[in-house]
Structure formats: C-alpha cells, structure tokens
Design a protein around this ligand. Structure first.
Ligand code: GRF
Length: 214
C-alpha cells in the first residue's frame, strides 16, 4: 500500500467532525493519517479530544497576529514541521487569503452544512427552514478562494420535517456529516478521482443520499 497521506484537521470549536475523521483514519486501510489537529482558538474543546486520541495538537491563536498573512505564515510553518500533505477544515471559522488557498489548491477540503450551492455562509439551517425547503444536507468540497465554492466531492441529503427547528435539523445533518467527511477524505487521499468542472468524479463516491453512487 502507498504511504498514508499526512493530514491536518483545522478546527475552531467542538470538533465532532474531527472526531469522525480520527476514528475513520484508525482503519489500517484508510489512505490518510491524521498527523495534526490545529485550532485558531486555543480554548476549542476539540483540541482536548484530539490530544486524548494521541494526536499532535497546536493552537495558532489568530488574535495575536498583526494580520491574516502573519497568522497564515505561522500556520504554514506548523504544517511544514508536521510534513502535512492534506488539510481538512472541520468547523474552522477563519477565511484564508487567496494566496494560502492557492498554495493548498487541490489539497484542502471543507465540510459545509448545506447542499451547496444553496446556503453558502452561516446559519444554513435557519435559512433552510425559513425557505420551507423539504431537503437539506451537507457538502464536502475542495477549497477555492470564494467562500463555500469549489468542486463538490460528496453530498448527503436529509429530509426536513414539518416540526423541525434549527437544532433538530442541525443534528440530523450532523449525523450525515460524520459519515460523509471520512468518505470524502478517503476519495481525496486515495487520489482515485478526477475533477470535472465543479464536480469531483470517483468510483468511491457512495454518499448516503437519494442520489446514490455515481
Ligand atoms: C459543522 O456543522 C460543519 O459542517 C460546519 O461547522 C460545524 C462544525 O461542527 N462547518 P464540529 O466542530 O465538527 O462539531
């Protein structure tokens, strides 16, 4: 088997997606190894979870840097030290400069709690409920300079129930996020995909959504 791709997970908060990636990467045949978890918020609860799982952790507090470039230079140094090849953003709440994004082009992915291109940005569940949509979900995509844009790797859909509120809907989506993100990382780390415009094609896409495998 080829060497597992050294992967960093960047978080800002509780880290439930991070945890699902760490668990998936424990399987010996998983093509990525989680080599680092870093947070821009030193108090992020996810850092303690990662540490307990025996993973190298670091806080790069964006507040102590003069600006975005300085923050990113420090983060890049950390990624270099850990010989990171892939980045998973998992609830990471900072926007990167175009320069950083370009540097990691094709090697940085993000999970978004909506069926992109619908509901880019924040408060996706509230906005989906306000629009009375019947299907909602989550998306893993490559990161490009535009917010929540970039080739779609995998998506999963969930029904919206008549009595849902933002919390119940978020919980239903999150359950799917935890299944979807490891699947998407497997695809990217294995290299068994091609990018066709805004979509990623792979034999490995088996999202638990009504669309089914490709
Ligand atoms: C998830 O809903 C993810 O889609 C979004 O931020 C949330 C992070 O949750 N980007 P967690 O920290 O992974 O629990």
């Amino acid at each position: 088997m080829n060497a597992r791709r050294r992967t960093a997970i960047l978080i800002s908060g509780r880290g439930s997606n991070m945890r699902s990636l760490i668990e998936a990467a424990r399987a010996p045949d998983f093509p990525a190894e989680i080599a680092l978890v870093a947070s821009n918020r030193p108090e992020a609860p996810g850092l303690a979870i990662a540490k307990q799982a025996g993973i190298a952790t670091a806080a790069v507090d964006h507040k102590i840097y003069a600006g975005r470039e300085e923050f990113e230079a420090s983060l890049q140094k950390l990624l270099d030290i850990h010989r990171i090849e892939l980045i998973c953003l998992a609830g990471f709440m900072r926007m990167f400069t175009a320069g950083f994004v370009e540097r990691w082009s094709g090697r940085m992915i993000n999970i978004h709690p909506a069926l992109l291109p619908a509901y880019r940005g924040l408060n996706t569940h509230e906005r989906a409920l306000a629009d009375r949509v019947k299907i909602h979900g989550c998306t893993v995509h490559f990161v490009v300079p535009g917010m929540d844009e970039g080739p779609i790797i995998a998506q999963a859909a969930v029904p919206v129930h008549a009595d849902d509120n933002a919390e119940t809907l978020a919980a239903r989506v999150l359950e799917q996020e935890h299944v979807l993100y490891p699947q998407a990382l497997r695809i990217v780390a294995s290299g068994e995909y091609s990018v066709d415009g805004n979509r990623v094609r792979s034999k490995l896409i088996t999202a638990p959504s009504p669309s089914g495998p490709e």
